[in-house]
Design a protein around this ligand. Sequence first.
Ligand code: SAM
Length: 271
Amino acid sequence: MPLYIVPTPIGNLEDITLRALRVLREVDLIAAEDTRTSRVLLDHYEIVRPMVSYHEHNKIERIEDILDVMGKGGSVALISDAGTPGLSDPGYELINACLLAGVEVVSLPGPTAAITALVASGLPTDRFLFLGFLPRRQFALVGLLNELQNRPETLIAYESPYRLVEALQAVREVMGASRPVCVARELSKMFEEFFRGTAEEAVAYFQEQPVRGEITLLIGGQVQAASVWTESQVRAAFSERLARGEKRNDAARAVAADSGWNKRDIYALDL
Ligand code: SAM
């Protein structure tokens, strides 16, 4: 029988899928990061199943017990305190042990703070890099930001409210005051807030008030400056194509694609 990876709400108890509720009702065992925290969710949905803890400090020792349940034909649901297990939460070791043991692993789609924040951040979503929790120590944080400062992807990180201002200051110092950021706070909860602005503006805003709640920090990627040709380069490339017999319109389009120039401006060049 499988191991089900079951995402749970990151704040609003309504954010759980019908499938997740059915699986939680049907499994033989629920492995929960913190059984007391998960009890609130399970009680809310009147789910009564045997539970065992599976957390940071027993994540290796517990594997045998959990594999044993599945070896005897039982099914297990893995849940964490909030969001998707295995993402900055316990899960990786158990999931890998199941895969190695030939146990089927079923991953249910569901809430995660990283993606919930990303899609509403206004920052590019086509490519992103998930960093998990940012390093606590300043030198390690600055080192990481230095390493990532030229990456074009949107960066997504989890951060404590107590270290948010320091993290934003480090982003400002390493990546520049105008680097776009988004701070997603208390997603899906009563005091949900999205701050969108530059690193400089974010430092000023969050310095003014005590920062509370859960934070997902997003940092815009480095925008690669398009290299734009000089006029003489454009003239040379355009005349070469015309000399080869290309139509003026086709030649202008091709040179525009290569040069970063507007096609109309190239077309209008007096050669
Ligand atoms: N597994 C979870 C997930 O899928 O999002 C993440 C667990 S990690 C231990 C908890 C961190 O996720 C928090 O410290 C915060 O950075 C972020 N987070 C969780 N819930 C959040 C929320 N409602 N709003 C903003 N960030 C949240």
